[in-house]
Design a protein around this ligand. Structure first.
Ligand code: ATR
Length: 273
């Protein structure tokens, strides 16, 4: 049996076991995906234990995404660039680290808004955390000519730009200018926690955003954040954040089980239920 898991601390909130066990069943595979809580101070030992127990690999969630990077024997280009690992494949005791978040972000938009072209215009990314790094990486990889990054803590945005795939294409603006920079943009992405259940709402005026611009949020609780509701009302095409979570899981599943799984409405319903 192929054993895989997600590691984190805490880890009970993770939706990954539901996603992967759904695919294991759907594709008739002999496997199991569980959740393993590993506190920060035990990360090295915890990972070594997974190797010893014969795990095929694992996903990594908060707070281990950066720390696991240094435990890996090999990193793919995305993980190196983004500075975080969300997927590990264990091959003959060796840890191969990957980052599939950029793939998840891009594929979600490809599936939900097939007519959207990443190369057609500029993008505005709100936030500069780990998720923002993956989003900017994905956009630059897919030909977005200019990416505006705005973050409450501007220094983090500056660091993100400097270490990005194409620093000359990343423009940093002040957080206070978030409504103004929308003029002429093709895409608006919220990667901050604002709009999440229990958090403040993202305060932004979409008036200057061209009507044909796409608006997406990586927050998926609620599925339709106040930002997406407002954008929809104004006639924008919107894409919810749940698809990024579902699509980032696909290359991991493929690496462990040799099958590239599909994201279906049934899976989305099961995960959001
Ligand atoms: P992740 O790795 O999932 O992106 P993170 O690193 O905690 O999570 O990043 C959360 C993002 O939400 C950050 O960009 C954060 O801004 P700061 O860098 O200034 O902390 C942003 N964020 C969280 N609460 C916010 C708030 N009340 N106003 C503006 N931005 C906020």
């Amino acid at each position: 049996m192929t054993k895989v898991c997600v590691i984190g601390h805490p880890v009970t909130h993770s939706k990954s076991p539901r996603i992967h066990n759904y695919w294991i069943k759907k594709y008739g595979l002999d496997g199991n995906y569980d959740a393993v809580d590993i506190p920060c101070e035990n990360l090295r030992e915890g990972v070594a234990e997974l190797v010893a127990k014969g795990y095929r690999g694992f996903n990594v969630t908060i707070p281990h995404k950066e720390a696991v990077l240094s435990l890996c024997d090999e990193l793919d280009e995305g993980a190196q660039q983004i500075g975080a690992v969300n997927t590990v494949v264990i091959d003959g005791g060796k840890l191969r680290g990957r980052n599939t978040d950029a793939f998840g972000f891009i594929q979600n938009i490809r599936q939900e808004a097939p007519k959207f072209s990443f190369a057609a215009g500029s993008a505005v990314v709100l936030g500069a955390g780990g998720a923002a790094k993956a989003v900017v990486h994905g956009l630059l990889e897919h030909g977005t000519p200019e990416v505006f990054v705005l973050n409450r803590t501007k220094e983090k945005a500056l660091i993100l730009a400097k270490s990005s795939l194409a620093p000359d294409k990343v423009v940093i603006a002040n957080w206070d200018e978030r409504s103004k920079v929308l003029e002429g943009a093709s895409l608006l992405v919220n990667t901050t926690a604002l709009g999440m259940e229990g958090k403040d709402t993202l305060d932004i005026d979409l008036a200057l955003l061209p009507r044909d611009a796409l608006v997406t949020d990586i927050v998926y609780t609620p599925l339709y954040t106040p930002l997406l509701v407002d954008a929809k009302k104004r006639g924008h095409k919107t894409v919810t954040g749940i698809g990024m979570l579902l699509h980032q899981a696909r290359p991991a599943f493929q690496a462990w089980f040799g099958v590239m799984p599909e994201v279906t409405p049934e899976l989305e319903k099961m995960v959001t239920a």
